[in-house]
Design a protein around this ligand. Structure first.
Ligand SMILES: *Cc1c(COP(=O)(O)O)cnc(C)c1O
Length: 225
């Protein structure tokens, strides 16, 4: 009956007393189910498609923090700029520049995470550490005023091998630590390590996650039509 609320309560209990927060991944689910999650206390919502997040956002309460967690094309940033809280999937300087430009039009600062490639799968996107250094050292990046990097994000390999998952989470945490020390030591806002999903969030928390992104463990399996 109240499956969504029960599942959220479970996560709220799991995370109580930790510095990790839950991003409720709402992709493919109806506005009514999102409202149910909101009513049970969820406030950070993650969607992976621009069209879907843009359609749902006006239908739901204004105090939701919307996170974009899927690949983003520069020509779609303008649709997100009025409301998005954090873009977790930043993988180029070009994207950062476009976010800055569009956020400026709305007098906003949009938060962003640098997405790293940590999985043992060619299909999963993200930066290498060298590419991230190149971006952060560029004058073009340093001139941006309407986008603020608040951490890193990664998607681990789809496997149940615990040792491999731990290694990938540690890799991402290592990237975070290096970037923090080199570029963000005086910016307390740079503090997020977004890692862990329904199948691997416990390991991710143990390895230092500050944002777990959980969908199916809250809503059940997704139906793609
Ligand atoms: C769909 C998705 C999730 C959530 O996946 P579940 O296995 O349903 O918890 C997390 N992160 C990203 C990037 C996703 O696309």
């Amino acid at each position: 009956m109240h499956m969504i609320a029960d599942n959220l309560r479970f996560f709220q209990t799991q995370l109580a007393g930790t510095s990790c927060r839950l991003v409720t991944v709402t992709k493919t689910h109806s506005v009514a189910r999102l409202q149910e999650a909101y009513d049970a206390g969820a406030r950070l919502f993650g969607e992976n498609k621009v069209q879907e997040i843009v359609a749902k956002q006006p239908e739901l309460p204004a105090d939701i923090e919307w996170h974009l967690i899927g690949r983003l094309q520069t020509n779609k940033v303008k649709y997100l700029a009025p409301f998005v809280h954090t873009i977790q999937s930043i993988d180029s300087l070009k994207l950062l520049q476009e976010i800055d430009k569009q956020a400026a039009k709305h007098g906003r600062v949009v938060r962003g995470l640098l997405q790293f490639h940590i999985a043992d799968e060619e299909t999963k996107s993200g930066l290498s550490l060298a590419e991230a250094h190149e971006i952060l050292q560029s004058e073009a990046y340093q001139a941006l005023r309407h986008v603020q990097l608040t951490g890193v994000m990664g998607v681990a390999t789809n496997t149940d091998r615990e040792a491999q998952l731990r290694q990938e989470f540690r890799e991402l945490r290592g990237y975070f630590d290096q970037l923090k020390a080199e570029y963000f030591a005086h910016q307390p806002e740079f503090r997020e390590i977004s890692m862990g999903m329904s199948a691997d969030y416990l390991l991710a928390i143990e390895e230092g996650s500050t944002l777990i992104r959980v969908g199916s463990a809250i809503f059940g399996a997704r139906q793609y039509s």
